[in-house]
Design a protein around this ligand. Structure first.
Ligand SMILES: [Zn+2]
Length: 170
């Protein structure tokens, strides 16, 4: 019986580790009510972080509003084989087609091209050397773009799965 607390402690650790590394198939942000989420409204979305914090799940909030990064292999859509469109998880702006998704073996959903038009914006990262990718409609941080991607563009849009919302279709 002396060992019991240790056994319980190890069990708790293991359960915690499983919870942290579980990879959701769909972004759980999907379940939240979000008045700014639209596939048709193209008007810029200007919302305070205080309001986003009420709307976004913690993972999406820390990535999209605080420029965080999910741990590799922990976010949704890394291995999503379905055809469809990836939208901004905060505002619903169309960002990427599954036709440009590729397996980068990084643990993050990766694309070699963004959708034409007002999908994403490239800005210099505060670190001074990387290029950050934001949603062009709401300014939410999505990830980074690198120039080591496959043909035909040679680009690798390295995205956080929690910043994306996938819908199956064309
Ligand atoms: Zn957006």
């Amino acid at each position: 019986m002396k060992n019991r607390p240790i056994v319980l402690f190890i069990a708790a650790l293991l359960m915690g580790a499983t919870a942290c590394t579980a990879q959701p198939e769909v972004n759980p942000q999907n379940e939240k009510k979000n008045p700014h989420y639209s596939h048709t409204d193209k008007a810029p979305v200007k919302v305070s972080n205080a309001e986003w914090k009420k709307i976004l799940i913690p993972e999406a909030y820390s990535i999209m509003r605080l420029k965080g990064t999910e741990r590799a292999g922990t976010g949704p859509y890394v291995h999503n084989p379905k055809s469809g469109t990836y939208y901004c998880a905060a505002c619903g702006n169309a960002l990427f087609s599954s036709a440009t998704k590729f397996d980068s073996h990084t643990g993050w959903p990766s694309f070699f091209q963004s959708l034409p038009g007002n999908s994403v914006a490239k800005v210099k990262d505060a670190d001074g050397f990387r290029d950050e990718i934001e949603c062009a409609r709401c300014g939410g941080h999505l990830g980074h773009v690198f120039d080591d991607g496959p043909k035909p563009t040679g680009l690798r849009y390295c995205m956080n799965g929690y910043a994306l919302m996938f819908e199956e279709g064309k």
